[in-house]
Design a protein around this ligand. Structure first.
Ligand code: NAP
Length: 294
């Protein structure tokens, strides 16, 4: 990294996380700022939870344009903001903050980033979704899917109570949606997956060092479309099993790029080139062997 091009006029954005040194967002955004000749710089700030509020106030005081928020701050940042987008409210978490006219506005671009990516392959309106996981990524996927008009969501999660909590949120915001819950070892889930067209893994299972497939490979049929939010390795055990059974598949790299592209647009008002951003990310992933994270 050089500081060539950073001037007194340069506008500042960045990411707040803890830890954050593995983040690929600085490479992805800085390379696009340079390519488009935009006078911005993207930095990574490692902020412990007890300093989050001070960091958020400091960024406001310094005139930053905005910032990304990642683990473990996506929920805690909400109390530091003046306003939330409708999606951020439903998901209960923020991954992008814009600072404008003295106000801090929180957005969640994971939901739309995922939807932009998956809908390149398959329109979601009227479909049944089998969602594995009920954490932050699953909440974003579920809300993205509901806003795209899915008819039914089956939430399959290790802990039943987390799945139920997500089901309650979805019931509240989307009363017409059909929602069911179960566990990855339950016969009910095995039965219900047969009735779903789209399967999404939103757990870390399958990530390098995090074990095999989150559901038994025998549950997959060639008619299933399988999306894994995990992107290291590029082909997880779930995606390999799905490909071997003739399913169409996609990993989560496009979700990462597209949530970033939406943040880029919110901060600069300029549309980045998604293909260029993805090429930069894939190059950075290959050279760093970086674990996952915004
Ligand atoms: P999180 O809030 O901690 O939720 C983790 C979820 O995975 C929970 O449902 C948890 O189940 C389940 N889980 C964790 N370990 C498991 C295991 N060993 N076996 C079965 N289930 C397990 O994390 P998150 O923010 O949702 O992130 C989850 C994953 O999504 C990340 O690791 C990353 O791979 C992916 N992701 C991708 C993108 C992208 O842009 N592509 C963005 C965000 C996240 P319990 O409720 O039972 O604990």
């Amino acid at each position: 990294m050089t500081t060539d091009g950073v001037r007194a006029s340069t506008q500042m954005v960045g990411i707040l996380g803890w830890p954050v040194r593995h983040s690929l967002s600085p490479v992805m955004h800085n390379s696009e700022f340079r390519r488009l000749g935009l006078d911005y710089v993207y930095l990574a700030w490692e902020v412990a939870p007890e300093f989050l509020e001070q960091a958020a106030r400091g960024l406001r005081a310094l005139g930053a344009v905005g910032y990304n928020v990642t683990i473990p701050h996506k929920q805690a940042i909400v109390t530091c903001l003046d306003e939330l987008s409708a999606e951020a409210k439903m998901i209960g978490a923020v991954n992008v903050v814009c600072l404008k006219d003295g106000r801090a506005i929180g957005y969640n671009t994971d939901a739309a980033g995922w939807r932009d990516d998956i809908e390149q392959d398959i329109p979601l309106a009227g479909r049944s979704l089998f969602l594995i996981g009920a954490g932050g990524a699953a909440r974003a996927v579920a809300v993205g899917a509901c806003l795209a008009g899915v008819r039914r969501i089956v939430i399959c999660n290790r802990r039943y109570e987390t799945a139920e909590a997500l089901a309650e949120i979805l019931h509240h915001h989307f009363p017409k949606l059909q929602v069911e819950c179960g566990g990855p070892t339950s016969g009910e889930c095995h039965q219900r997956i047969r009735e779903c067209e789209v399967i999404v893994n939103a757990t870390p299972v399958g990530m390098a060092g995090h074990g095999g497939s989150p559901i038994p490979a025998e549950w997959l049929a060639p008619t299933h479309y399988v999306y894994d939010t995990v992107y290291t390795p590029a082909e997880t055990p779930l995606l390999r099993a799905a490909r071997e059974r003739g399913c169409k598949t996609r990993n989560g790299i496009g979700m990462l790029v597209r949530q970033g592209a939406r943040a880029f647009r919110l901060w600069t008002g300029v549309d980045p080139d998604i293909t260029e951003m993805e090429k930069t990310l894939v190059r950075a992933l290959t050279s760093s062997g970086s674990p996952e994270g915004t």
